[in-house]
Design a protein around this ligand. Structure first.
Ligand code: PBG
Length: 332
């Protein structure tokens, strides 16, 4: 025993205060972005079957939700619209309607909670009859023809008061088109949070229940990325940076923490992890069966995203996390 040399790592784990002294990563309320689904109609508060605790809310129920969000200290929300089926059309015109769901919700939030940051998801899939994120012709998703519609959507969201535009449709050039559109319309100060690195993932399944946005034919593999690829993430992030993105989203989060670290190490913009619907649902399902400790698992997974380089996290668990942070005396 006497001649053994080894490092005593346990010295720095000896007490809670000692561990706090050397903790490298923290989760703060400021990191959280809470997604909200705004559905058409009146007096709707409909829990999404595959996402316990998450609701589709009509505009008249939005203020109640926002009061809770604000009182929990959550400072930003991201909005998705869920229109009536009969209002969907080929071009997703509901996405850029002056009185569209996201536009109206934005106006309402900014009126009553001006300090809360409203992030508008900019995509067409919730509004198109075919459920794709761009214009479809003869079974093909057209790239360039979709760009105009996206820019129009972003401008109408900015007009309604959105603080940040978050395009998620994965057409090539969408950041350039939206940046140019916003600048021309006088919104040069509105940042773009680009879904720069978005994989064609099965983890979006429950979201498509929530937003009624499943593609009616085919899949999204011609525009979203192949989960097998890493270098492609560099190319996607690089072009979005060149085109003027202000934030880079990596989505999904948990199966892509390696990519998150790559993006953090190679680009100097804030990195946003999207802790997507399927990731939320898996934890909820196991927790509701009593198989795992929900709080501990959620905190550990979100912490892993921050450790992997995320500066911010879009998560359906935001309200729970804010409560848990309060319980623990602010940060974990
Ligand atoms: C719209 C969009 C999707 C998600 C966010 N924006 C669905 C998709 O691309 O298929 C998924 C979010 C989640 O699963 O939580 N394009």
């Amino acid at each position: 025993m006497k001649d053994l040399f080894f490092r005593r790592h346990r010295r720095l784990r000896s007490s809670a205060n000692m561990r706090a002294l050397v903790r490298e990563t923290y989760l703060h309320k400021e990191d959280l972005i809470y997604p909200i689904f705004i559905i058409d109609g009146e007096n709707v508060k409909s829990e999404i079957g595959s996402m316990p605790g998450i609701y589709q809310l009509s505009l008249d129920n939005l203020m109640e939700e926002m009061t809770e969000v604000a009182s929990l200290g959550i400072k930003s929300v991201i909005l998705f619209g869920v229109p009536f089926e009969h209002d969907k059309d080929e071009h997703g015109s509901g996405a850029f309607h002056h009185n569209g769901l996201v536009q109206e919700a934005t106006r309402l939030i900014k009126k009553h909670f001006p300090e809360i940051l409203v992030i508008a998801d900019t995509c067409l899939c919730e509004y198109t009859s075919h459920g794709h994120c761009g214009v479809v012709e003869g079974g093909t998703i057209l790239n360039d023809a979709s760009l105009d519609l996206l820019a129009k959507t972003a401008i109408s969201q900015a007009e309604a008061g959105a603080d940040i535009i978050a395009p998620s449709n994965m057409m090539d050039g969408f950041v350039a088109a939206i940046r140019a559109g916003l600048d021309e319309a006088g919104y040069e100060d509105i940042p773009i949070m680009s879904y720069a690195v978005k994989y064609a993932s099965a983890f979006y399944g429950p979201f498509r229940d929530a937003a009624n946005g499943a593609p009616q034919f085919g899949d999204r593999k011609t525009y979203q990325m192949d989960p097998a690829n890493r270098l492609e993430a560099f190319r996607e992030a690089e072009s979005d940076v060149e085109e003027g993105a202000d934030f880079l989203i990596v989505k999904p989060a948990l199966s892509y923490l390696d990519i998150m670290r790559d993006v953090k190490n190679n680009f100097n913009l804030p990195v946003v992890a999207y802790n997507v619907s399927g990731e939320y649902s898996m934890i909820k399902a196991a927790a509701n069966n009593g198989w795992i400790d929900e709080k501990a698992i959620v905190m550990e997974t979100l912490l892993s995203m921050k450790r992997a380089g995320a500066d911010l996290i879009i998560t359906y668990a935001s309200k729970d996390v804010a409560r848990w942070l309060d319980e623990e005396g602010k940060e974990v």
